[in-house]
Ligand binder design. Structure first.
Ligand SMILES: [Zn+2]
Length: 260
C-alpha cells in the first residue's frame, strides 16, 4: 500500500503552492556568496599566474573598477556588502569573469587588445552587474531546483533546514554554471547605466564586444562564448540605445599604459 495519506497529500499540495514563494530557499545568501567567491579567488591567485599589483594593467583595471564602484548607490552597498576586487590573469585568452560576492578577473589577453579606458569600463561594468544582481546565486538556485525531486524537497522542508551548504559547492560549479540570456542582457543594460553614470562612453562596451566577436570560437570556455545571446545582437541593442538616447558622451579616453 503506497497510497499517500490525506495528511501527506495536504502537505504536498501546500508545498506545491508554497514553493514559488519560497524559491529563494535554494539561493545562497550574500554572506555565502562572499565566502564562496573569496575561496575561489584565493584558489585562482594560487593556481593561475596573476599579474603583480604594480603591473600597469593591474593599476589601470583597479583604478577603473574603483571609479565604477564609487557610483554604486550607498544603500545597495550597505544591503549587499560584497567584497569587490580586481585582478588581471596572465593569459592569452580573451576573457573576463566575476565570482559571486565580488572578485573580478580580467585576462591580460583581453586587456592587451584594448586601447581605451571606456572599453575596460565596459567589461568591468558588465561583470559587476553579475555580482550586484547575484546572477550566480540565482543560477545555482535554479540548478538545484531542477536537480532536486519533490521527495528531497519534502525532506528539506520538513527538516526545516537550509538547503544551501557552502562546503558542497565546488569551484567547478562556480565556473561552469552558465548565466541565462536574461542575466547577460541585464549585465549589459545595467553595466551600461553604471559606466555612463561614471562618465565613460558606452561605445567602449561595443568596442569590446566587437573584439570578442572577432575571436568567437577561438577562446576556450569563456563566459563570452557560452550560451549567450549572440554578441552581434548585443552590440546592436547597445547601438540602438545610444542612438535612441541621443546624448553626447565624453570622447573615449586612451589607456594610461603605466602613467598612473
Ligand atoms: Zn556576462
Amino acid at each position: 500500500m503506497n497510497r499517500l495519506s490525506p495528511t501527506v497529500l495536504l502537505s504536498l499540495s501546500l508545498i506545491l503552492v508554497a514553493v514559488p514563494a519560497s524559491a529563494d530557499m535554494f539561493k545562497p545568501g550574500v554572506k555565502d556568496q562572499i565566502a564562496l567567491g573569496k575561496r575561489a579567488a584565493e584558489d585562482i591567485r594560487k593556481n593561475e599566474k596573476v599579474l603583480k599589483d604594480d603591473d600597469p594593467r593591474v593599476v589601470e583595471v583597479r583604478a577603473i573598477g574603483k571609479k565604477l564602484l564609487s557610483f554604486i548607490p550607498a544603500a545597495e552597498l550597505k544591503k549587499k556588502p560584497f567584497e569587490y576586487s580586481f585582478d588581471v590573469v596572465d593569459s592569452k585568452d580573451l576573457n573576463a569573469f566575476a565570482l559571486p560576492g565580488g572578485p573580478v578577473f580580467v585576462y591580460s589577453g583581453l586587456v592587451d587588445k584594448l586601447t581605451t579606458q571606456d572599453e575596460i569600463a565596459g567589461i568591468i561594468a558588465h561583470e559587476l552587474t553579475h555580482v550586484r544582481n547575484e546572477h550566480w546565486a540565482s543560477a545555482y538556485a535554479d540548478n538545484q531546483k531542477r536537480q532536486l525531486g519533490l521527495t528531497i524537497l519534502l525532506t528539506v522542508l520538513n527538516a526545516n533546514s537550509t538547503a544551501f551548504n557552502i562546503a558542497g559547492v565546488s569551484d567547478e560549479l562556480l565556473f561552469t554554471l552558465p548565466y541565462s540570456r536574461k542575466h547577460e542582457s541585464e549585465a549589459d543594460r545595467i553595466g551600461y547605466d553604471l559606466m555612463v553614470k561614471a562618465g565613460y562612453n558606452p561605445q567602449g562596451m561595443i568596442d569590446v564586444f566587437e573584439i570578442l566577436e572577432k575571436q568567437s570560437g577561438g577562446g576556450k570556455s569563456s563566459e563570452w562564448y557560452s550560451d549567450h545571446p549572440a554578441l552581434a545582437n548585443r552590440i546592436e541593442v547597445i547601438r540602438q540605445r545610444i542612438s535612441k538616447e541621443g546624448k553626447a558622451f565624453p570622447a573615449e579616453r586612451p589607456l594610461h599604459r603605466g602613467t598612473i
